[in-house]
Design a protein around this ligand. Structure first.
Ligand SMILES: Cc1cc2nc3c(=O)[nH]c(=O)nc-3n(C[C@H](O)[C@H](O)[C@H](O)COP(=O)(O)OP(=O)(O)OC[C@H]3O[C@@H](n4cnc5c(N)ncnc54)[C@H](O)[C@@H]3O)c2cc1C
Length: 383
């Protein structure tokens, strides 16, 4: 019911509620998802596997009163109207290349390697100033569509009064290049086991224990996480390496809040977290995954570990939060003011000339393109 509304002006909460069975609304929106899952499923593994979609990039207990876990769950399951996850053929670079090509064909001027240093608004639009190796420049426009996080944008606008709290990420990402796929203790064909999502230490009790350990300032003993082998689905991402039988493996670890890795024990915790994540993969293998990792030209393992502050340093996602901040419900509260096109499309900021077009838009979380689509619609409507 929700998916078709995502590319339309925001529905009101009451309209969505009226369109679904009251029991579904109660289970998914009104009460903590943890309660729904424990009422509905008995098995610890099944409960945990259902729950993980509520905890990707979201550091809460499944019973949290904020319902952040319910919102995260909804976003993960409503894609394409079925919850089907897809990977872009050619990798994410193919998506951005296609966008760049379409923009250039439409006459856009693309400026890369530029750091926006300020945005200021006036009666008829906004001025963006940026810095490149060649120096500083600026441009004015009636509308500025921003793909940076709301926290970042408020900083560029110099608006501390409306600046949201800085987001904080909670994930560990490991990227590995494998010479070969590992063998599983169960004897299952690794090409079957590693296609789709492989869940590790993500039983119901594992998830809650890991949350409590992390909350208490400890790296979880058995960190919950999941691995994806994108090259099994789309070998084209390997380009010249594909015929050599190598594979990419990527691990997404839950409940790894950034403060574990930035405090006095940060460095030691980083080492521990990587070791424990590897151990959680190894639990299911005949040997260690490290024996399958390719070596680079300097004989170093092709394994990179990215903690939230690495994501912030490299990608400027504040706090390394993967959604630029916790997700909102994909509808407007019943009493929300929906007067301007930007408000109606869920892309408004406190400034008429500045619109959110990325993950920070109301329905923008993750790689959906919805923030951009909806900001474009708001601009068209405002013309
Ligand atoms: C480890 C990890 C795993 C993820 N896994 C998934 C997944 O499996 N599926 C999924 O859908 N989503 C996933 N996400 C989330 C997804 O990557 C983001 O939601 C998405 O990238 C948001 O896109 P965006 O264009 O809104 O923002 P971003 O991709 O953050 O782009 C904003 C851009 O603005 C730039 N920028 C910031 N400040 C400035 C400035 N002052 N001047 C100039 N440029 C600036 C940044 O460098 C960045 O390039 C993941 C994220 C992470 C970190």
């Amino acid at each position: 019911m929700v998916a078709p509304t995502l590319t339309q002006p925001l529905p009101r909460e009451r309209d969505v509620a009226a369109a679904v069975a009251p029991s579904i609304w109660q289970d998914l929106v009104a009460q903590p998802l943890g309660r729904t899952i424990t009422e509905r499923f008995a098995d610890d593994t099944v409960r945990g596997i259902v729950a993980t979609d509520g905890l990707i990039g979201t550091f809460v207990s499944m019973d949290d009163a904020s319902l952040a876990q319910n919102r995260c769950f909804l976003y993960h399951l409503m894609g394409n109207g079925t919850g089907e996850w897809r990977v872009p053929v050619g990798g994410m670079g193919a998506v951005t290349d296609a966008l760049a090509k379409a923009a250039a064909l439409a006459g856009a001027t693309l400026v890369t390697g530029a750091e926006v240093t300020s945005v200021s608004t006036g009666a008829h639009g906004a001025e963006v100033r940026w810095r490149t190796a060649e120096g500083e420049q600026g441009a004015t426009a009636r509308h500025v569509l921003s793909g940076v996080a709301p926290w970042t944008m408020a900083g560029l606008l110099g608006d501390e009064a409306t600046r949201p709290a800085k987001p904080a990420g909670s994930q560990l990402k490991l990227n590995l290049l494998l010479e070969r796929l590992p063998m599983l203790r169960s004897g299952v064909d690794p090409r079957v086991a590693f296609s789709g999502t492989m869940h590790l230490s993500e039983g119901w009790c594992d998830l809650q224990l890991a949350y409590e350990e992390a909350l208490a300032g400890e790296v979880p003993q058995r960190p919950p996480g999941e691995v994806y082998c994108h090259s099994l689905t789309d070998p084209s991402i390997l380009e010249d390496l594909a015929p050599m039988g190598v594979h990419t493996l990527t691990y997404f670890g839950l409940h790894m809040p950034e403060e574990l890795f930035t405090g006095p024990d940060g460095e030691a915790n980083r080492v521990t977290a990587v070791q424990r994540a590897i151990a959680s993969i190894d639990e299911h293998l005949t040997g260690s995954i490290l024996d399958c990792v390719a070596l680079d030209a300097d004989d170093k393992l092709c394994l990179e570990a990215k903690f939230p502050h690495d994501v912030e340093a490299e990608l400027a996602m504040p706090g390394g939060h993967i959604f630029h901040g916790d997700l909102d419900w994909p509808w407007a509260p019943n009493r929300a003011k929906l007067e301007t096109p930007a408000e109606r499309w869920g892309v408004a900021t406190p400034y008429d000339a500045v619109l959110m077009c990325g993950s920070g838009a109301r329905r923008g979380g993750a790689v959906s393109g919805l923030g951009g689509h909806n900001a474009a619609q708001a601009v068209l409507e405002a013309r």
